[in-house]
Design a protein. Structure first.
Length: 346
């Protein structure tokens, strides 16, 4: 005899997916006719967390930014997350210098930020401002950063917001900081790339021998660049021989980028949900591994809409950490990643 469940219990089971109304497997269901407009699409209007800029220390702690939450977080090797800095100044990209000090891009998007490059001594907690202006004008929104073996700091300064009226400069540039005790603050700043060479600079990385700089050019406007460029680095830090490494085409291009010890580029790119008229869904979200010659070696899918950045860490630097939307992912690799700090054990 079939026992009829109470209506309230059936409702709960339907919500839990235990009982299916109408039978059969999953299938496409149209929009409710007459209840919403045709072609209605849900629009994201509130962002609680937007994770970016991972960097891994010698103990395996991952430091990363929550731009929307205006804070920096710290994850231990077991996955426990704590707040590292409650007011981050809208920090975006991070990396470590050779001494294990944390270099951070305090940005200017998704809210008011401090728009500068800072360095944190993790032993003392002291924060030093390395640069906050170029030619007397405040930066737009420092985005990503890397450090070379000579101690020079390279960073990108685009602006992705729709309203640029509050900005003091009309250049989305790339800059180099050179240690210089003769200069106030101890650093000399040089603008090395402008819109003559690149539309909207984003991710940045330099090779272990300091001889090649990679810059992601990621402009979401219709027809905008979604490229990865390489530049030869002269002894004085000037850039020569701009070369196209990879073109992402009409889909969302790259965001963050790291190198492995074989010289390959590990680039976070792609979207699964359209966010404007300028980008298609041609590039699914994931980590794109590209050879120095520009060959796409493969893609590691990431089940999020927006993939932002990555960093190698862990034993032998064979773990890739990826920030994406509200989640940090961990991927074991068979190759060691490159980072100035911590050095690989010999």
């Amino acid at each position: 005899m079939l026992r009829r469940l109470p209506i309230s219990v059936c409702g709960l089971l339907l919500l839990a997916g235990i009982v299916r109304s109408g039978g059969g497997g999953p299938k496409a269901v149209p929009l409710p006719d007459g209840l919403v407009a045709p072609n209605t699409v849900a629009e994201a209007v509130g962002i609680v967390a937007f994770l970016e800029g991972p960097a891994v220390d010698a103990a395996g702690h991952v430091f990363f930014s929550d731009i929307a939450g205006n804070r920096m977080l710290k994850m231990d090797p077991k996955g426990k997350i704590s707040v590292f800095r409650a007011d981050s100044g809208r920090t975006n990209g991070n990396c470590f210098d050779a001494q294990g000090r944390l270099i951070s891009c305090e940005g200017g998007e998704q809210g008011v930020g401090r728009r500068r490059i800072v360095r944190t001594d993790l032993k003392t907690g002291a924060v030093a401002i390395l640069t906050d202006k170029y030619d007397g004008q405040r930066y737009n929104a420092p985005n990503d950063v890397c450090v070379d073996t000579k101690g020079r700091i390279w960073f990108t300064d685009p602006y992705y917001g729709p309203d640029r009226s509050h900005l003091e400069m009309d250049v989305d540039g790339v800059y180099r900081l050179d240690p210089n005790p003769q200069v106030k603050g101890g650093w000399a700043v040089t603008r090395i790339l402008t819109q003559k060479e690149i539309q909207r600079p984003n991710g940045i990385a330099i090779t272990p021998d300091d001889k090649r700089l990679y810059v992601i050019d990621s402009h979401p406007k219709p027809g905008g660049n979604r490229m990865i460029w390489s530049f030869d680095v002269a002894a004085d830090g000037s850039l020569l021989n701009q070369c196209l490494v990879y073109n992402f085409g009409k889909g969302r291009g790259g965001d963050g980028m790291k190198l492995d010890m074989n010289g390959n580029l590990w680039v976070t790119a792609g979207i699964s949900v359209k966010r404007g008229p300028g980008e298609t869904l041609d590039n699914p979200p994931g980590v794109y591994i590209i050879s120095p010659a520009g060959k796409l070696l493969g893609v590691i899918p990431i089940p999020e809409n927006l993939i932002t950045n990555c960093a190698f860490g862990g034993p032998e630097r064979k773990t890739l950490y990826v920030t994406a939307g509200k989640t940090v992912y961990r991927i074991p690799t068979s190759v060691s990643g490159y980072a100035l700090y911590p050095p690989l054990a010999k």
